[in-house]
Design a protein around this ligand. Structure first.
Ligand code: FMN
Length: 525
């Protein structure tokens, strides 16, 4: 025995490999019970799991063509990366798209484009594209808010995103004059780096909740009083990737920091129910919106993915009857992203954006209510041509989530749900987050937003308009089928958008509500 031990250091190197493989085989055959393949094919069975785990990356790098991947193909990702890095984001030789493909859109250019006069705000700042409507003006809220940018960061919580990612986004929106929606996880210190905030909450009421999980108006008031960066409040009814789906935040993930921000207990599972406790019908929702707006003075809106229309119709009828209502409505498409959702929800529940938004807009159009609402769209709209289509259909602002993530380095690894995001963006792993250079990434987000706005404006000018709010449903054509190859948005979706009361970009620039500057609307009629 002693002899054998003495000889161990002189064993050839390959015996160590052999020994290691032998131990793996013992483990595979006699100890592990989870994988039949590993049991039946010890050692080589591991290859199958390893190849499966790197399959998405391999396909992305070697196999998939430029336009093939989903949710975002290589051309789309490449455009965001290049825009964010201020690199050349053009393509040469001409489009590689099949322009005759189903659902392909065309924006109709004018014979002579809009020419930006000397001294015009866009002659000075070609990325200045504020919202043409003011949130909360119709309802006479104390602090109306005109978003200074039509492109903004959509709801994504601290918890689903890392601290470093949230901070980079907040610093980025400040540079791009956009707003930052907090998502459901409450307002964290990482959200407070100068960017305007839309405070968002769902059924868990994180950040504004009582110990037993109900909504606390006292906490809501205090939060708004303590944080003047909050310019509007969004109540989440549903999101496109998982409408009507509740969830559990496992106690193991609840660190003292997360518990403090969300108002929950460390280490204890927290339930986000499928429905709200603060209201149970449309009338109560309307009263809830009014209460929050009255107590905080801020514009209050709702976010929803669209399916059945009956309750939206009821809401619109009540708005007509009472003269009250949400200051903004965010319509999320079924193609929307999420930190985590069951595939059957993400793939099948709720309508894709064009169908959902067109159905919803008509509900308010038919009752002449569109002027009272700022419409926000989200669902893969983070590209200039798609945004132009959305404006033609009636949106006033665009929210982007995954596109914003890509601008700060997301590689579409689709690992947001298992805490292993390799780019440190959608993970709480401290080591992975350390790779995020916050000042650099905040510049990247701002550069993506600014390039987006600049190109959207260039398309707008090509169509003969000064501001994207002027797009009409007849300015965009969509390929529908072979017999009747393309039709205007108006005939495809069956309505004409109501003209937005836009006067000039100069007037938007001079507006006292721009970026939520004014505290009290009594200053302005
Ligand atoms: C990581 C992640 C977290 C999200 N968290 C929320 C959330 O807390 N509340 C919500 O309403 N939507 C949430 N969303 C949905 C986005 O706000 C957005 O509506 C959706 O992804 C569509 O926009 P996109 O196509 O630009 O990603 C999340 C999306 C992602 C990718």
């Amino acid at each position: 025995m002693n002899n054998f031990i003495d000889n161990i250091p002189s064993l050839p190197w390959w015996t160590w490999i052999f020994l290691f493989l032998f131990l793996v085989a013992i483990w595979d055959i006699f100890i592990q019970r989870r994988h039949t393949i590993k049991h039946n094919f010890p050692i080589v069975g591991h290859l199958r799991y390893w190849l499966e785990s790197i399959g998405p990356e391999m396909r992305q790098y070697f196999v998939a063509n430029n336009r093939e991947e989903l949710p975002f193909n290589r051309i789309e990702r490449g455009w965001i990366y290049a825009s964010a890095k201020k690199e050349n984001n053009y393509e040469g030789f001409g489009s590689d798209r099949d322009l005759y493909a189903h659902q392909h859109i065309f924006i109709k250019n004018r014979m002579m484009a809009f020419s930006v006069p000397e001294g015009h705000p866009n002659a000075i700042e070609p990325t200045f594209v504020p919202c043409a409507k003011v949130m909360g003006l119709y309802n006479k809220r104390k602090k109306p808010f005109r978003p200074s940018s039509v492109v903004n960061v959509s709801a994504m919580s601290f918890g689903s995103l890392s601290a470093a990612a949230v901070e980079a986004m907040n610093k980025g929106v400040k540079k791009a004059q956009a707003y930052h929606n907090t998502g459901e996880g409450g307002l964290s210190s990482y959200h407070k780096h100068g960017g305007n905030i839309v405070f968002h909450f769902g059924t868990g009421y994180f950040g504004v909740r009582t110990p037993d999980g109900n909504f606390s108006m006292e906490k809501m008031k205090k939060l708004v009083e303590d944080n003047p960066c909050i310019k509007a409040i969004e109540i989440k009814l549903s999101q496109g990737a998982k409408p009507g789906k509740g969830g559990v935040l496992p106690g193991a993930k609840i660190t003292p920091e997360l518990a403090e921000i969300r108002g929950v207990e460390v280490g204890k599972d927290v339930l986000s129910p499928a429905t709200h406790k603060a209201f149970s019908n449309v009338q109560e929702l309307l009263a809830f919106i009014e209460d929050i707006a009255n107590e905080t003075g801020l514009p209050v809106g709702i976010k929803g993915a669209i399916g059945k229309l009956d309750q939206w119709e009821e809401l619109a009828d009540l708005m007509l009857a009472t003269g009250k209502g949400p200051d903004f409505i965010t319509v999320d498409g079924g193609e929307g992203g999420t930190g985590a959702a069951p595939p059957s929800f993400a793939d099948h529940v709720s309508l894709p954006w064009v169908y959902g938004f067109s159905s919803l807009y008509k509900v308010f159009l038919n009752r002449n209510l569109t002027d009272r609402i700022v419409f926000i769209g989200s669902g893969k709209l983070g590209f200039p041509a798609k945004a132009a289509m959305a404006f033609a259909m009636g949106v006033d602002c665009i929210n982007v989530a995954r596109e914003a993530m890509m601008s700060i380095g997301c590689i579409q690894a689709q690992a947001c749900h298992n805490n292993t995001c390799p780019t440190g963006i959608a993970t709480q792993n401290k080591w992975l987050q350390k790779g995020i250079d916050i000042p650099l990434k905040s510049d990247r987000l701002a550069q993506y937003f600014n390039t987006f706005k600049k190109e959207l404006l260039e398309i707008t000018h090509a169509a003969g308009y000064e501001h994207p709010s002027q797009f009409t449903m007849d300015d965009v054509q969509v390929n529908v089928d072979d017999n009747d190859l393309n039709r205007s948005l108006a005939s495809t979706y069956g309505y004409n958008k109501v003209k937005v009361a836009f006067t000039s970009v100069q007037d938007l620039k001079d507006c006292s509500y721009l970026g939520g500057k004014i505290e009290d609307n009594t200053l302005k009629a």
